[in-house]
Design a protein around this ligand. Sequence first.
Ligand SMILES: *Cc1c(COP(=O)(O)O)cnc(C)c1O
Length: 405
Amino acid sequence: MERLAINGGKPVRKTPIYYGHQAIDEDDINAVVDVLKSEFLTCGPAVEVLEQKLCTITGAKYAVAVSNGTAALHAACYAADIQSGDEVITTALTFAASSNCILYMDAIPVFADIDPTTYNIDPRSIEEHICEKTKAVIAVDFTGQAAELDKIRSICNKYNLILIEDGAHSIGTKYNDQFVGSIADLTTFSFHPVKTVTGGEGGAILTNDDKFYQKMCLFRSHGITRNVRLMDFTEKYEDIGNDLGGWYYQQIELGYNYRITDIQAALITSQLDKLTRFKLRRKEIEEQYNRAFKSFPGIILQKNVSKSDTVKHIFVIQLDIDKLSVGRKEIYDALKAENICCNVHYIPVYFFPYYKKLGYKQGMCPIAEKLYKRIITIPLYPAMSNEDVDSVIAAVKKVIGFYLK
Ligand SMILES: *Cc1c(COP(=O)(O)O)cnc(C)c1O
């Protein structure tokens, strides 16, 4: 058997490859340069173009572009009118932002467990956690596969809950032939560089609801409006009276500065032109991995959600730990020595000290916790060459093959 790089052997690759990476072409660069030469760097026309494009692509009625995906989740919670003491159900297996946004509202995150095969939030676990304080569900499309939206929607209807979909992984994914963004009451996207489409940073919320849309527009910019129809004139101030000059605005809510720049918006719009290409390439790589690992001992593959036509965001392999002589850390380190730089998605949110201080305890979501100990995210992004893909496959087989019992 070939000697592992971690034991002094020759690494499968000469240069490191990471689990995710942006793909920036000349036209993306030109789109950014055009903005830099234009009149507006922020709050200009590029933001509206992006919002229009997101609506066209997804079929949603409204889009609000914001500074990042976390701000998008915060805005969605605000639009959903989540109040202090409300409970909001989300998955344990996600990035902290999916749950932190609930804390921003002084509300209570309640963690539902996952399906052991698709790793998405389990609708049955959602229903088990519902009580009179429950206000909303934040379902995450883990790895880009849509959550079980039919089932989650009917639970939300039954208990009168708002459905927020954290689509940070799933832009371009379709569920029942409908694009993510047009399905839930509110859907959020992230445009961080590891995501399918990037603006450096950036985010957006999509909705079909006019009231949600108006609220999020205010929320994104301090709660300030120039729209006279929204203004409050019950008090008459001597100095302004009804003298509504062109400068006049009011702050009518407490919002934030969650605006996105035109520089980012132009980059995201340019990237969205390539979404179909990105989707195809991601699918190709996913298929190569599935073929290579399908019957390889020591590896368990994620099961497909049948209604989801997925743009795969990350490729997660589950280690069949009982068949291996070492744990996940040793596999991770050995792959790193082969120059395959993996990651783990995710440490269950309530494992973090901050959540522990709030009273969350290990053992709440046993399926997510068990899975966490067994998963590794291997490189997947459209700019990978076929040689890159082959090197990942070779390294994974080399390392896991070596440690098979
Ligand atoms: C990336 C991510 C976010 C946060 O997005 P940012 O743009 O980094 O703020 C939220 N939820 C999930 C599931 C993510 O992967």
